[in-house]
Design a protein around this ligand. Structure first.
Ligand code: FAD
Length: 475
């Protein structure tokens, strides 16, 4: 009997999992699965303790789903990628594995690990098959007329949709139960040797069932309101599926097909398309990371921005991290991040802009801090988002476009409903003054347990413009 091994990494699901589906195609094969935890590598990626806990819980559920289908999930923990390759090779020998199936990861170290692993296994005559599973379309498959990667999103998105019109990527069913299923679980996935922190299970219930339920609900109704509500953080107007997509509990193909089932016209603009276009942003940043691997090393895409004279200011960085800048929308957002491990997209833009353009702090500090907190931390999307906000990335906000944190708050949280949810110390402040509570306190002779703004936006803006202009002329 041949033995097929599925090496699970960022694809913690049984539905629409290309590697798993391919491994199970031969109904006679003995199929086993393996997950190797690499805490040292996670540390290097600054993986958030909440994300680690989310992975662990999802793995436990996945182990049960696989066992029902007669597929044992083995688990091993080792320090780094080199040790994980050694273990994989040894495991394949022990289990007499004939073929390895895995889904690609596109970060530079992960790709290098896979190349090395394939080389070693090839020498042992283990057949290796990799799959472009975490994307709708493989990197490199959507290119400009001169066969290069797009550097601007809108034409990328248009070309992407044209490709989807030509042929839709298919969804793969969960594998059928193997002979002898179900099997008992000999050893449950243990706790990781990595800091794990409880996450809010009412907001992010673990498991594929929960993710699919959320997707079904969102695709049926909320996707129609998405264009009007997606920028309003007080409203639950976005899908909140990013945590599942980031670790592969859900696939983008499942998202696409579900939306098309409910709204068959969704690829032809319209309301549901607005949401699909966000999934295309996700693809854009991943395709970019493959085309420009230096992004994985946190290099700016726009070269001259290396010359920006960033400020080192520990007190300002701390105030931003803790949500104590004196700008209510920024502080409420940071507290949402610190509590939930998730932040609304509009607020990610506002807080990122504040760190870079008001405090003139290097965007990499913010990128790192977000990764340390986010349950949906994803190198490509996070790097893309930060470089967009910092004006250092491809198709980024121009450096002279600087968000005013007060007017952003007034625009997207008019009555301050979101601010009040996260800043209870401002509950006394009337709606009309919620974005400048210090002015209200002074006018009314009140004492607020809330800081004064740590910088004056107008001055900060000027300082940043000067710094960017100096950097540009020095190039
Ligand atoms: P929805 O609005 O429902 O969007 C659906 C899905 O599309 C998301 O789940 C996500 O997978 C994808 N998506 C949406 N917007 C973007 C975007 N701008 N770029 C890439 N993918 C997108 N997203 C992450 O998944 N991980 C990150 O680490 C991350 N860091 C970010 C950092 C900054 C500074 C910024 C500005 C954005 C970042 N984003 C990141 C993108 C976006 O903010 C989140 O994907 C979104 O807020 C997740 O909420 P949702 O699932 O409700 O999104």
């Amino acid at each position: 009997m041949t033995t097929h091994l599925v090496w699970l990494r960022n694809d913690l699901r049984i539905n629409d999992n290309m590697a798993l589906a391919a491994a199970c195609r031969d109904s006679q094969a003995n199929v086993i699965a393996l997950f190797i935890a690499t805490p040292q590598q996670w540390q290097q990626h600054h993986m958030a303790p909440k994300q680690a806990a989310f992975i662990q819980q999802n793995l436990l559920l996945l182990q049960a789903s696989l066992a029902e289908r007669g597929i044992p999930l083995h688990y091993h923990q080792c320090d780094d990628f080199a040790a994980s390759i050694d273990y994989l090779v040894e495991f394949c020998q022990q289990q007499q594995v004939d073929a390895l199936f895995y889904n690609y990861q596109y970060e530079i170290n992960e790709r290098e690990r896979d190349v090395q692993a394939e080389k070693r296994l090839d020498a042992q005559s283990v057949i290796c098959q990799g799959f472009d599973d975490s994307l709708l379309l493989p990197p490199g498959s959507v290119q400009t007329g001169s066969n290069t990667m797009f550097k601007v999103f809108t034409p990328f998105s248009r070309a992407f949709v044209r490709r989807l019109h030509q042929s839709l990527p298919e969804c793969y069913h969960a594998p059928k139960a193997r002979d002898g299923a179900p099997i008992s679980i000999k050893k449950k996935i243990p706790a990781f040797d990595y800091p794990c922190e409880a996450f809010d299970e009412t907001v992010f219930p673990a498991g594929e069932e929960a993710a699919l339920k959320q997707l079904r609900h969102f695709a049926k109704q909320a996707v129609q309101d998405y264009p009007d509500q997606r920028d309003l953080p007080a409203i639950d107007g976005t899908s909140r599926l990013s945590a599942y997509l980031a670790i592969g509990v859900l696939s983008p193909r499942q998202c696409l097909h579900r939306v098309l089932k409910e709204h068959p016209d969704a690829l032809n603009e319209g309301k549901a398309f607005t949401w699909l276009n966000e999934l295309i942003w996700r693809e854009f940043y991943r395709h970019l990371m493959v085309a420009f691997p230096a992004l994985c090393k946190h290099q700016p895409f726009v070269d001259w921005t290396r010359n920006v004279d960033w400020q080192q200011n520990e007190a300002h960085l701390k105030a931003w991290q803790q949500g104590k800048t004196g700008y209510p929308i920024v502080d409420a957002a940071m507290r949402q991040l610190n509590t939930l491990g998730w932040m609304h997209n509009r607020l990610r833009m506002i807080t990122a802009s504040f760190l870079v353009k008001d405090l003139l702090i290097d965007w990499r500090e913010g990128e790192r801090y977000f990764m340390q907190q986010l349950i949906d931390g994803d190198l490509a999307a996070n790097n893309g988002g930060w470089q967009w906000a910092a004006s250092t990335g491809t198709d980024a906000a121009p450096y002279f476009r600087i968000f005013n944190p007060t007017t952003q708050g007034e625009r997207f949280d008019k009555q301050g409903a979101f601010i009040r949810e996260w800043l209870p110390e401002l509950k006394e402040v009337p709606d009309s003054d919620i974005h400048q509570p210090q002015v209200w306190a002074q006018k009314n002779n009140k004492k607020l347990d809330y800081p004064a703004p740590i910088v004056e936006h107008k001055d900060a803006r000027k300082k940043t413009l000067d710094a960017f202009e100096r950097a540009r002329s020095a190039a």
